[in-house]
Design a protein around this ligand. Sequence first.
Ligand code: ATP
Ligand code: MG
Length: 425
Amino acid sequence: MRRRLALLAVATASLVLIAFLVPLAVLVRTLAAERATAAATTWAQSVATTAALGDPDTLDAAVRQAAGSSGLPITVFLPGNAFLGAPAPRGPGVELAARGRSITVETPAGREILVAVQGGTRGTMVVRAFVGTERLRQGVGWAWLVLGVIGLVLLAVGIVVADRLARSLIRPVGQVAEVSRRLARGDLDARVEPGGPAEIREVGTALNQLAARIRDLLAREREAVADLSHRLRTPVTVLRLEVDTMRDKGEAARVGQAVDSVERMVDQVIREARRFDRDRAAGCDAARVVGDRVAFWSALAEDQDRPLRLGLADGPITVGVSAPELAACVDLLLENVFAHTPDGTPFAVELAARPGGGARLVISDEGPGFAHPAPVDRGASGGSSTGLGLDIARRTAEDSGGRLLAGPSPSGGAEVVLELGPGPA
Ligand SMILES: Nc1ncnc2c1ncn2[C@@H]1O[C@H](COP(=O)(O)OP(=O)(O)OP(=O)(O)O)[C@@H](O)[C@H]1O
Ligand SMILES: [Mg+2]
């Protein structure tokens, strides 16, 4: 935009300058020629006045004096072939003037001013003053140079003004673009400080309104999710009441603990849903979180005779995901192993630091493998479940700057690789 406005300024200024400077340059040249011609005519006429008096000596002195003062070659053609002053060819112009008509003749070398002097006893004389081309253009070169410099200065001023104007337009447009990018990255607090021309200010204001509206809609959406999650409390409460009526106290305590953890989870979901700005920047130690979750699931694995191969690198391995989010991710991947493979299926959990920062978590099993061609697609479920688990894990990985890969494990079962981006520096 900046370059285009500068080009526009150059084009416009050039046209205006050409429209003014070219006629001005021609005028300067014409005026210089007219001025030189007028001076030569005055000198020729003064000599002609003396010639009319008829005294040859006075005329000779007048010719010398005029030639000396004017710096012009002045000649007086006398009747016959005689002449006084500077030698000059007796051309057709002189012959014409000798018939009594004063004229000005253009020649390749300059301009001849020919003044006819009649009334002498010896016939018509012709006074010739010659103005050379150089004299006709005296001062023109300098004037043209001055005009050219003025033109260039005006052109430069035009470019500078256009550049300033462009910058005053580009700055607010750039700010609008930057705020749009920040909004796209999820920074919903980004706002434009409206500036620049009215139209761009309007765009900035509209973008601010859009950002506020998006924030508002998201907040409402989160509240709706929290409300929906809150509905889970009722069946959990019913479950707790059922536990209280159980006769076997040992069994009741065990189920009661499970109900407690479900209740805690529901509370956490409600809190998470309501929290607008998830604190992703905080990050967490993946080694600790994965270790905790594997410890939780290994009890169930033992119950179901599932051999677990564990390969957890020593921590801390900082990743750009909050601890609750990572825990939920590990849970839903391990839950898949338990839900989609038969009891007794061996599985493995491996965690390693990635060379560029972040972590690589691999959960694989020796079960039947993925039946669905695209199991990560949201809503794709081989069973009768919601089909959200792998998609949630994928988004968590991608939000941290990593990715999720799902495919066959070396034994032909399922393998999910969760690559997590590095945490804050
Ligand atoms: N370890 C696994 N072995 C075999 N198939 C699996 C395994 N993990 C996932 N799948 C297949 O991938 C599908 C998608 O998994 P995902 O976790 O996204 O959804 P889901 O488990 O069906 O439902 P949700 O997790 O929402 O309760 C599953 O339905 C299942 O068919
Ligand atoms: Mg699942």
